[in-house]
Design a protein around this ligand. Structure first.
Ligand SMILES: O=C(O)c1ccccc1NCC(=O)[C@H](O)[C@H](O)COP(=O)(O)O
Length: 217
């Protein structure tokens, strides 16, 4: 089975092209002011204009209000909404129903207890995404996209009904091990294919996609 990949936090044309040409199934765009990867709806419209329809365009939000979602969706044609904040199951359902788009809900993992969150969102979100919980000690931590991995073993025996993605600190070097341990069928990276936060490295995107393609799942 082929492993699908999402490249998240894209903010320039070269990186979008690298993701598409190297076989990404999803491309992600961040709409969250404090992030170094934040882009405006107009910038996103330009970046997404030439993305072929088989590559799904994901808009990432953190506890968004209606105005932000509307501003983005009236300017950019998105296929998925990713919610990476503290959105409740009720809020996930509301956003899904209001905007008629499928929703990816991020669940932050730092221990076995974090897996209790799965039951709250399974069957509510269309897809779950597991990312490392930002440590309180981390200076300038974002609510996601910190390049941190969590213990993939935690997912190996988890009961998850919804489709799900593995994220958090994934790179060309560790992706095979991460998939082997977690059992992920879809993987997501951002920091692992950057020169620095907010500046994607096309060669690293190519290397990540090659490493994903080489996985014998
Ligand atoms: O990327 C950001 O700046 C960001 C900001 C706020 C919430 C989430 C954010 N990113 C999440 C992602 O890019 C991915 O979905 C994924 O978690 C990748 O994380 P990583 O490879 O560890 O950077």
């Amino acid at each position: 089975m082929t492993i699908q990949a999402k490249i998240c936090g894209l903010s320039d044309v070269t990186a979008v092209e690298a993701a598409v040409l190297n076989g990404a199934a999803f491309v992600g765009f961040v709409f969250y002011g404090p992030s170094p990867r934040n882009i405006t709806p107009d910038e996103a419209a330009l970046l997404t204009a030439k993305v072929p329809s088989h590559v799904k365009k994901v808009g990432l939000f953190v506890d968004p209000d209606e105005k932000l979602i509307r501003d983005v969706l009236t300017t950019v044609s998105l296929d998925w909404i990713q919610l990476h904040g503290s959105e409740s199951p009720e809020r996930v359902r509301e956003i899904r129903d209001t905007y008629s788009l499928p929703v990816i809900k991020a669940i932050k993992i730092d221990s076995a207890a974090s897996l209790d969150e799965i039951a709250r969102y399974d069957g509510v979100a269309d897809m779950l995404l597991f990312d490392a919980k930002e440590p309180k000690s981390m200076k300038n931590a974002l609510p996601g996209g910190n390049g941190l991995a969590f213990d993939w073993d935690l997912l190996a025996n988890a009961t998850i009904s919804s489709p799900w993605m593995l994220a958090g600190g994934l790179t060309a070097e560790n992706i095979a091990e991460a998939v082997r341990i977690s059992g992920a069928k879809i993987v997501d990276t951002s920091s692992g294919v950057e020169f620095e936060p907010g500046r994607k490295n096309p060669a690293a995107i190519e290397a990540f996609m090659a490493a994903v393609a080489a996985i014998d799942a």
